[in-house]
Design a protein. Sequence first.
Length: 263
Amino acid sequence: MSVAAVDRCLTVLETLASAPSGLALGDLADRLSVPKSAAFRVLHTLADRGYVDQDAGGERYRLSLKMAMLGFRFLDDTSLPDLAQQSLDALAAGTREYCRMALVDAGRLTWIARAQGAPHGLRYDPPMGGEVVLHATATGKAWLASLTDEAALRIACAQGFAARPGQGARTLRTPEALARELEATRRRGYAIAVDEGEVGIVALAAAFASSPDAPAAGTVSIAGPRARLDDMRVAALAPTLLAAARELGERWPLHRRASSLPR
């Protein structure tokens, strides 16, 4: 059972995270559908704890860097940045494309690391803070394919199939279409998205786990412009991608840490 005050506080943080330039009190209250007085109390508490700042004029509220600091502190303690960056740098250098790693956390995927391998010309450089749209990205489909159809479709339907800005014409629109794509992904061993999550972009992704019978811990992906990633090149890159996923699974630090705990 959720606690209303905690739920409202977290909603304020999530709303401000999507507004880097900040929001006025009235705008925030409108987005949350709460009175200004209620929004102000939450903001005042968050400001006291250092999670929220006000601009010079005192008219807009925005997140401080404290949330980012906590995230980096957690990641540093798990050794994830070093592990991810080493693998991604090698993958990007070998493929000369944009590579990313996402982790499964609380029933969703979150980007945690990236490496740019394209030295010049057409470069794909998406923001790291964007939502992983599960049914429209190779990353999302790679993770969903590691689950049962029942679990995968439940998660995807909860996120929704509504069209999002910038999506391509080949984006899947129904649970039935997604189920067929997940089966093809399992047979292939990796996921593909062509003109789906973003117009003109091709991506391939594979899930990794600490052991064959463990749930997927995350995904690793390669992406770039469609003009460069045709079917032949995607097929040529797939073995390198799968090798990177196996390496990440073998080196997965949380698995080693959990296995060392007394039972």
